[in-house]
Design a protein around this ligand. Structure first.
Ligand SMILES: Nc1ncnc2c1ncn2[C@@H]1O[C@H](COP(=O)(O)OP(=O)(O)OP(=O)(O)O)[C@@H](O)[C@H]1O
Ligand SMILES: [Mg+2]
Length: 263
């Protein structure tokens, strides 16, 4: 068996909260508790769970945007802190909030080209950026514009373009589609599938949208209170949930089995 693309073991993150009283220990929030996770090459894995269950904390730790309190992550078989360039070159991230994730001072071209510059990727960056903008469905003249001139959906497409412009093997999306309307969302979903099928791009998709998860992900992990409480093939987990929490989550979605993003 080949090693997974990404492997997390015993991952934990405690947040120290503001002290309530002058004396005594500061309270600690256990945002992530002992998480083991493998992401195989080319797979689409969804992470679901209620608000506050630790999904974003996990996503940040997987890409070394935050440091674990305990445990570690390997990418391509090596600890992620050991080789930041390899991690950066091999991964892309789209965050939850398209407003916060783009620098207002940068044009769209400069924003999308940033990984190419940072990684010193040779070639015609203008061409590469134009190609990727076309791929995510943005017109070429957007390149000269600034984030404030774009809609929320367009910004999220810019964020996606920046996340894939350097040809990563793994994309992590933290609610990457929740700011988009239905038609744009369907187009981005189609794009993710196409990147997955044609380039073997692995995707870790954090999402509240179980319809989307069912449509896109082959495997799903369910988080609750900072732990992974259930995982397995999407059809099995959502169709026949074993954990009481997953059952509640699935039951909260009306008509889940027939809901489809591109219907
Ligand atoms: N910087 C921080 N400082 C203190 N506590 C934090 C911090 N970031 C997250 N937390 C806490 O850690 C827990 C997990 O938060 P996280 O953002 O990972 O949840 P989430 O599953 O992504 O939720 P959502 O679906 O709302 O995005 C929550 O209780 C949250 O309040
Ligand atoms: Mg979150």
């Amino acid at each position: 068996m080949t090693a997974p693309l990404l492997r997390a073991r015993g991952l934990a993150r405690d947040y120290r909260l503001p002290r309530q009283r002058l004396r005594g220990p500061a309270p600690v929030q256990h945002a992530l508790i002992d998480v083991d996770l493998d992401v195989a090459e080319g797979e689409i894995l969804a992470v679901i769970g209620e608000s506050g269950s630790g999904k974003s904390t996990l996503a940040r730790l997987l890409l070394a945007l935050d440091r674990p309190t305990r445990g570690g992550v390997e990418f391509e078989g090596r600890p992620i802190e050991a080789d930041r360039r390899r991690l950066r070159a091999g991964t892309g991230i789209v965050l939850q909030d398209p407003y916060a994730s783009l620098d207002p001072r940068f044009t769209i071209h400069d924003t999308v080209a940033e990984p190419l510059r940072a990684l010193r990727i040779p070639g015609d960056h203008r061409r590469l950026v134009a190609d990727v903008l076309a791929r995510v469905g943005l017109e070429p003249d957007r390149a000269a514009q600034y984030p404030h001139e774009l809609s929320g959906g367009q910004r999220q497409r810019v964020a996606l373009a920046r996340a894939i412009v350097h040809g990563p093997r793994l994309l992590i999306g933290d609610e990457p589609l929740s700011a988009l309307d239905v038609t744009v969302r369907a187009a981005i979903v189609a794009l993710l599938r196409e990147l997955n099928a044609s380039l073997g791009l692995a995707v870790v998709l954090v999402s509240h949208d179980l319809g989307l998860v069912q449509h896109l992900a082959a495997r799903v992990v369910v988080m609750h209170g900072g732990r992974i409480v259930e995982s397995g093939p999407t059809g099995a987990v959502l169709g026949d949930p074993q954990h009481a929490y997953t059952r509640r989550l699935v039951a909260a979605v009306p008509r889940l089995p027939v809901r489809s993003i591109d219907a």
